[in-house]
Structures are given as C-alpha cells and as structure tokens.
Design a protein around this ligand. Structure first.
Ligand SMILES: Cc1cc2nc3c(=O)[nH]c(=O)nc-3n(C[C@H](O)[C@H](O)[C@H](O)COP(=O)(O)OP(=O)(O)OC[C@H]3O[C@@H](n4cnc5c(N)ncnc54)[C@H](O)[C@@H]3O)c2cc1C
Length: 251
C-alpha cells in the first residue's frame, strides 16, 4: 500500500490562545471564539486542534473553523457539548480569558479548483455545519457564479444551527438576482404539532433536491454514520466518487 502525503495548505502554527467569547446557539451547542496571531492563515473548511486540561490530563481535540478566513485576529468554532464526553463538558465551564494551546490550521476539506464549473451542494448534520458555514460565507462574499444548495439535519427544531443567518443569506442573494442559494433543513423529531417543515433524516432532503441533470459537487460533514449514508446514497444516485468531498468528526 502506498501512503500519499499531501503538503499542508498553510504554515501550521503552534500558539497560546485565549477564549474571547462564547455565544450559546442551542441548549447544547455554543460558538466559541479564540484569539489567533496575525500570521494565522487558513482556507475555509480547515480545522484546528485545541489542547485542554480536563479530567486531570491534557487532551487535544479537533474543531473545524466556522468563521470566515476574512476575519482577522480571531477564529470561531461551533462546538457540541457531548454529555458523556471527556473534554466538552469541561470546556463549557471555562471562563473567558482562559488560555489554550492551539495547533493549526489543518485539513483538506476545502473547496477544489474545479468548483467554478459546478453547482455546489452542502450537506451537514449537527455541528458538521461548522466548516460548511465558513465555505458558504466565503463563496457568497466572492459572488460565486453558480447555484448553491445547503441541506441540514437536526433531531429537534431547537437544534437547527444558524437557520436565521442562512435564510438571510439566501434572501439577499435572491434580492440581488444572483444564482440561487437554496437552504432547507429537516428535523427527525419536531415535537411541535404546528411544525410544517420537512420531517425525517437529511437523506430525504438530498433525494428531494438531487438532480441527475446537474453536474454538482457534494460536500458532506458530520458524524461517520451520516457521512457514510449520504455517500452511499450519492453513489446509488449516480454521482462519481471524485465529485464527493467529506469530513468525519468521529472515526
Ligand atoms: C477534523 C475534525 C473536526 C471536528 N470539528 C468539530 C466541530 O467543529 N464541532 C464539534 O462539536 N466537534 C468537532 N469534532 C469532534 C471533536 O474533536 C470531539 O470529538 C468532540 O468535541 C467530543 O469530544 P469529547 O472529549 O467531549 O468527547 P469524547 O470523550 O472524545 O467522546 C467522543 C464521542 O463523542 C461523539 N462526538 C464527537 N463529536 C461530536 C459532535 N460534534 N456531535 C455529537 N457527538 C459527537 C463521538 O461519536 C464519540 O462517541 C471534530 C473532529 C474532527 C476529527
């Protein structure tokens, strides 16, 4: 077997950071902002590794950057509190100003050069929205010329992340008469009898929006089980392997 080593996209830095801000998005997900030095450069879709002192030892965890590369001096990460997790329950109690060791940027879940000739479809569940938010904001900032579609899934209505932000971006693009940015979310347990949106898994949304006429590129991010299910569905629908890009949060 041959192992292919890819060159890092940017110089990888190792630095002392501080927690600057924490913004609660849902009862179990917050957006954390960390200081980064001026020479920290990343491409939308990349992640950093943060070292924490938790449970009596230093533990490192990876987090995708959800903010745009155009923002300087800070990055934001959208992080889920995993109740039985080793690190995240402690992270949610850390005070502002707390110091962390950060290494990054890392990763290759980035928009490829050939995107200019394609429509792009993004699929995320939970905090898998993080690198995709950064990518979509970057594309919209650069006035991307083709159609964009974002399909997100969550268990409960209250767990849909950045819904207002994406709806606003979609409406702004429509108002400016640009190619559409289609945004739709689906929940598996709405719990509200008045909910009139889509119900089920994100696979269902993909089947609804998939068009075999368009040569789209697909970007998937979330936990392994969902990423594998979406990849299998795309293969069944006839998408070529080289048009599927993904990031998994667990092995
Ligand atoms: C490249 C990469 C990028 C990542 N980016 C993010 C991110 O932007 N936001 C984020 O919240 N996590 C992200 N993760 C996951 C993160 O690194 C940790 O695994 C997560 O925070 C759990 O850490 P913990 O110590 O609390 O749990 P652990 O004690 O390590 O337990 C891990 C368990 O938590 C589950 N888990 C891991 N991540 C999640 C999640 N996001 N939602 C629900 N369950 C989860 C796993 O399936 C596993 O069962 C990323 C992982 C990788 C490899």
């Amino acid at each position: 077997m041959t192992t292919v080593f890819q060159r890092p996209l940017h110089k990888r830095l190792r630095f002392e950071s501080k927690l600057l801000e924490r913004c609660e998005l849902t009862p179990t997900v917050s957006q954390f902002s960390f200081f980064v030095p001026e020479n920290f450069v990343f491409t939308a879709g990349q992640y950093v590794t943060i070292s924490f002192s938790a449970a009596g030892k230093v533990q490192a965890r990876s987090y995708s950057i959800c903010s745009s590369p155009s923002q300087k001096s800070r990055i934001s990460c959208c992080i889920k509190k995993v109740e039985a997790g080793m690190v995240t329950p402690a992270l949610f109690n850390f005070p502002l100003g707390m110091s962390f060791r950060i290494v990054g940027p890392m990763g290759f879940f980035v928009l490829p050069k050939q995107m200019a000739e394609h429509n792009l479809v993004f699929i995320a569940t939970g905090t898998g929205i993080s690198p995709i938010k950064s990518q979509i904001e970057t594309l919209l900032l650069k006035d991307f010329k083709n159609k964009l579609t974002l399909l997100t899934g969550a268990r409960y209505i209250r767990e849909i992340l950045y819904k207002e932000r994406f709806l606003a971006l979609s409406e702004a693009r429509q108002a400016a008469k640009k190619p559409p940015f289609v945004y739709e979310s689906i929940v598996s347990r709405p719990e509200n009898p008045e909910y009139s949106g889509e119900q089920g898994r994100v696979l269902r949304l993909l089947e609804k929006h998939y068009s075999s006429n368009e040569k789209s590129l697909f970007f998937i991010c979330g936990l392994k089980a969902m990423v594998d299910d979406i990849r299998n569905l795309l293969r069944k629908l006839g998408t070529a392997e080289q048009n599927i890009f993904f990031e998994k949060y667990d092995a």
